[in-house]
Design a protein around this ligand. Sequence first.
Ligand SMILES: [Zn+2]
Length: 317
Amino acid sequence: MKGFIGARQTTLASEISLTGTGVHSGAPVSIILYPADGDTGLRFFLSNGDGDGTEIPADQRSVTGVTLCTVLGDGNGASVATVEHLLAALRGLGVDNALIEIDSNEVPIMDGSSISFVEAIDEIGLVELEAPRRYLKVLKTITVEDAGAFGELSPHNGFRLDVEIEFDSALIGAQKIEIDLNPGSFRRELSRARTFGFMKDVERLWAAGLALGASLENTVAIGDDRIINREGLRYPDEFVRHKALDAVGDLALAGAPILGAYRSRRGGHRLNSLVLKAMFADSEAWTMVEAPRPAREVRHAEFSQRIAAANFAAERS
Ligand SMILES: [Zn+2]
């Protein structure tokens, strides 16, 4: 819980520039992550190159696509795809506020996981802001069944994920992970898990103009009887870990860290989005709460900044 349950909102200590490739377009992309004030949340800024552009909040109401990746749009034709691995890194490390400037309509895929974003954020670090951190507290259990998938958000004092997948391929089969999320567990257990795809699907996707940037550099490719990537897997159960990573990113679209437990069976971006929408549709299912300030902070206000910094440092294992 430590680190993830800080009393104050955070942002990046300074700006971060990254370049990469869009997995669907195959085109080069540059992004700059800027620090942002308290209560800004996570927001995308689609730059048109001359300082002008379109802002799209990382919010479940902005979701316009859930096939292969999560897409956010402004309702007027501007959109940004593949937001989930970047949002997972920001939420997973406890970054509450950031402006993400991007010169394309797709977040770069990097190595198919969140680790490039995590390393870049860890390198510059976070700062605490005056604004108290607010959590979205789940008050009652919400369930969604959708085409063989099952999702559930339920009350829990923390943020817990319980994800199960089941594939016909013997190389994946049935996998399950249960994890209490905090910056340390996110870094260790989820952040390096890569996206994956079946070789038999690749030609179909390419014919549809999708996954043009997919390669063994950013995707675990599953053949009939073996993993095609020469380096093999990063975790024996990398597939379910990636699904959990996706869930962290998709649930970041709640707009605030969640106090609750999320279960996903045979799910994906579509299920994650449906569960969030179902929760927000029921006003009795959730409430916003402020993190209580630790007693020591009230007694020793002058040291609070230093204590908080030490807490973050302790999580950076
Ligand atoms: Zn993913």
